[in-house]
Design a binder for this molecule. Structure first.
Ligand code: PEP
Length: 249
């Protein structure tokens, strides 16, 4: 059985004091859940949230450098993230791919480095609207998965979470239908089974992301291939995010 994982990507939102307030409320609201709960605040809030010593809510970063340390102005390293209690790091979010020109190769380098240090990557893949309309969804996603997992050994791959996020559904209010999301995630799992084997692929967790809300999470989580969600907008308040975490009540 794969343990469901619901992660919040706060993007460039929340000051330190706002982040503390949200996490205190969230920790109270989800402490009894069986779901693994992760929040990915901006870098600036991580140290203060680490000091809260939360028991239920885990911390993740939204990005990290592909370099271990050194003269890379403005970058944040994997060791720095571990130092502020991060267990997870989002890698290759579509905003990083599209706005900051992150390539498949860079994403693969970051995944290798995170895993080397025991940080669990949440690797994002997904097609644009143009690619979807051209019926290229499967091809795009398969290629992104193959590139992201290039030379990642099997014993480390099981620590990776994949987030399937159709780009046209992120922040737009549009969601892929639960069946569509399930089908693409099934393709991702088949691809992972080809790279590794089906036992490994069946252990790996694959989330859906793209306008997930309290109203649609139940249907998404009812799909056999969907193991959780990566949530943007609806993770910015404790009420909505905890309602998503409590999807099965
Ligand atoms: C995201 O940023 O990963 C995301 C899915 O955003 P939203 O839930 O706002 O669509």
């Amino acid at each position: 059985m794969r343990k469901p994982i619901i992660a919040g990507n706060w993007k460039m939102n929340k000051t330190v004091s706002e982040a503390i307030e949200l996490c205190r409320n969230l920790e109270r609201a989800v402490h009894d859940s069986d779901v693994e709960v992760v929040v990915c605040p901006p870098f600036t809030a991580l140290s203060a949230l680490c000091a809260l010593g939360m028991k239920k809510v885990k911390l993740g970063a939204q990005n990290m450098s592909n370099m271990e340390k050194g003269a890379f102005t403005g970058e944040v390293s994997v060791v720095m993230l571990q130092d502020v209690c991060c267990n997870y790091v989002i890698i290759g979010h579509s905003e990083r791919r599209q706005i900051f020109n992150e390539t498949d190769q860079l994403i693969n380098q970051k995944a290798h480095l995170a895993l080397k240090y025991g940080l669990k990557p949440i690797i994002c893949v997904g097609e644009t609207l143009v690619q979807r309309r051209a019926n290229e969804t499967e091809k795009v996603v398969i290629n992104q998965i193959k590139a992201a997992f290039h030379e990642i050994p099997q014993d480390r791959a099981v620590n990776v979470v994949v987030a399937y996020e159709p780009i046209w559904a992120i922040g737009t209010g549009e969601t892929a239908s639960a069946e569509e999301a399930n089908s693409v995630i099934g393709t991702i799992r088949k691809t992972l089974a080809q790279i590794y084997d089906s036992k490994t692929a069946n252990q790996m967790r694959i989330q859906y992301g793209g306008s997930v809300k309290p109203e649609n999470i139940k249907e998404l989580m009812a799909q056999p291939e969907i193991d959780g969600a990566l949530v943007g907008g609806a993770s910015l308040n404790a009420e909505d995010f905890s309602a998503i975490v409590h999807y099965n009540e």
